[in-house]
Design a protein around this ligand. Sequence first.
Ligand SMILES: CC(C)(COP(=O)(O)O)[C@@H](O)C(=O)NCCC(=O)O
Ligand SMILES: [Mn+2]
Length: 901
Amino acid sequence: MASPTTKNHSHIEIDDINEESQQITEKDIVEKDMAPLPGSSIHRSSSRPQLDVSGAAIQGNFEEKDPAILLPNQTDDISHLALDIGGSLIKLIYFSRHADRQVDDGRKRKVKERLGVTNGSRRSYPILGGRLHFVKFETSKINECLDFIHSKQLHCGGMDPRCWPSDAPPSENAVIKATGGGAYKFADLFKERLGVSIEKEDEMNCLVSGANFLLKAIRHEAFTHMEGHKEFVQIDQNDLFPYLLVNIGSGVSMIKVDGDGQFQRVSGTNVGGGTYWGLGRLLTKCKSFDELLELSQRGDNSTIDMLVGDIYGGMDYSKIGLSASTIASSFGKTISENKDLEDYKPEDISLSLLRMISYNIGQIAYLNALRFGLKRIFFGGFFIRGHAYTMDTISFAVQFWSKGDAQAMFLRHEGFLGALGAFMSYEKHGLDDLMVHQLVERFPMGAPYIGGNVHGPPLGDLNEKISWMEKFVRKGTEITAPVPMAPPATTGLGGFEVPSSKGVLRSDASKLNVGVLHLVPSLEVFPLLADPKTYEPNTIDLSDHGELEYWFTVLSEHLSDLVDKAVASEGGTDDAKRRGDAFARAFSAHLARLMEEPAAYGKLGLANLLELREECLREFHFFDAYRTIKQRENEASLAVLPDLLMELDSLTEDMRLLTLIEGVLAANIFDWGSRACVDLYHKGTIIEIYRMSRKKMQRPWRVDDFDAFKERMLGSGDRKPQPHKRALLFVDNSGADIVLGMLPLARELLRRGTEVVLVANSLPALNDVTAMELPDIVAEAAKHCDILRGAAEAGGLLVDAMSNIQDGYKENTPSVPLMVVENGCGSPCIDLRQVSSELAAAAKDADLVILEGMGRSLHTNYNAKFKCDALKLAMVKNQRLAAKLVKGNIYDCVCRYEPAS
Ligand SMILES: CC(C)(COP(=O)(O)O)[C@@H](O)C(=O)NCCC(=O)O
Ligand SMILES: [Mn+2]
């Protein structure tokens, strides 16, 4: 692991270099939004604006690509900036929104009608959608903060959302909400420089509403930190209150929180962050708070503090539970030694000070918790700065004094409580109505570098992002991935650098753990989860270091191949190569950062890593790296579909069901995310591999519940069970997987009178089929099959595609419908706590869920329990996973059936 190095931090510390640049970028830049994905309606990564669209009407020509839409009820005075101006730091939160490109074609409308999807369940959020960004500056450099606000035009909040951001000057009465002492001190400066008034918000109020929001809405917000070990705590929203909030800024406030807006400042101490920094500066000549903190990491406080052992001749004072290493008196040793300040190491002084102050705060906090019978204590404020030692010291104090009864917890957005509260005080935002499943935290390109010496204007478009990456590298500050890198790629202009031995992740990288919060109110919890509270999507826990190392290696080794595919998908141009290199660097940087601190972005599971890779591709405008491969495989598979259907139709019902399940498992071999499978593809054509795979399908499979599934489907003896009413089929890959595997299975269900909903990705991920692509594939397949044709028509799937059907056939008999819905994600895995509203609506009448593929049914959801019958089907295409999960081998198959629980 890269060891931290000392750096002099200056100016602005910023959470999102995605949009903010380093010194290297000199030009003045106007931010341009990244282009949305073509033709996709759910943008978890680039959250869309959710405006008040009631009464919306298209203005002008309906046929135009992007006609202007008039939103008569949209309030256009939404501010998107709030500040907490403290003694040492300015914390800024701003909101950004993007042009809505929602595609609502005829097919989608029909499916929605059929599923009864309305916007009724969505409450009226004035700022539905968009993103929250978290930024900080040193208060002494307030001018940089003002420049930042100006360059992003954040003070021009009250404006038409359709043309935001704009260069329009702020209106006469523009106001910005702010809290903290600086809201008073700098009010005139804001008026003078930006022409805006500051509306002051009560600091305590803001702290509490910020903390309440975070604890309720962010899944991995609170964590414990003991002896270097960080563990996220799941907070039950209904059991949050009362708690003690300890905000450690320059001074310390202790607030008993009983509910939203219900709190009391019960105590505080003047010995806080300011004391540490002030005394530390005088005693060590350090130039910044971070430098002082950095110093403490190399310190030894026993040269300064009087320990119990110093008094008791190296012994514990065990009778009263004090070990020899317990501090008896902070700085106490210096009184008995005839030394001057210069005789002590600044490192030791810093550590003594840090421990003195942290213990003191921990102790006072515990006494107050005891006073009011509070079990939970949350510590926030920028004193902590994610600093492991500080958190350990506070935790130790709370643990020590409470004898393990009370627990110190920390917050990932520790420093932003006040600013968040100020932001929430804009009444029209409705932010506090958002629920945990409607927020997605993303860690863009800059996340691994965050908080470094950022002092340039905001980053502009994609090109500037790439330049930033390239210049960063040229300056010799390339990040080092502490994982084996693939050999230099052939695609990039400069190829990959051989990783150097010196890690240059920012020295205090571990200190900032916040990403950009995407607000996506259309997301819902999948209603068929048996117990959403205990549901954990990830099967593989990456807190196990061996596991982490293995998967990081797998992803690193896959990187050069992925870049090749991505670059080729964009025509192999020089521009694509540059983007490819920048993507590889950015993703490697994420990996390096997470290798160093796996919990840096919240609780880390394999699904998060796989999704991060897709997000990173999208960030560099690779929207569908496997596009051509998918098309090729679809065509090849569609060509053999008629023969397969004929073969199936010649079988008995029993044999047909078995052959269908075999077919799904066999076709799941087409996975471009698996190293082993990609190697295999060099050995034959798609159809040859498919045939080979089917031949090898011998029961019993490694996990084989087929008989139980068959009994539920076909019954036994004379018992003929009711067919399922509606089945949700979570499909996986393009090509054989969908065409020769899942579609024939869907056809069988339809034939039996079960409605089928094909659930596919909203955005591309590897070679997964998307909801946008499926209707065309179904239409092609329907040309060879009456059942599929009738069902697809009934489900509104063939709205446009029917015109392609040559034989003029029209089904007269009513058919159960076949539908397609998007799942709300763009990842090879699926987190069922955050799915599209369409899928949630489709789930309401479903009594069978079929999850297919390694990502959706093994990496995630293998242990998920459902309210309805569930079938999990996958081929295991990774040796380690096979050994670990099913005690088997690569290419083993899983057919796991669990009746409704
Ligand atoms: C990304 C995947 C989960 C996709 O698998 P699928 O869901 O398509 O079956 C899988 O390719 C994977 O885990 N790949 C990494 C492991 C490897 O290369 O062996
Ligand atoms: Mn897949």
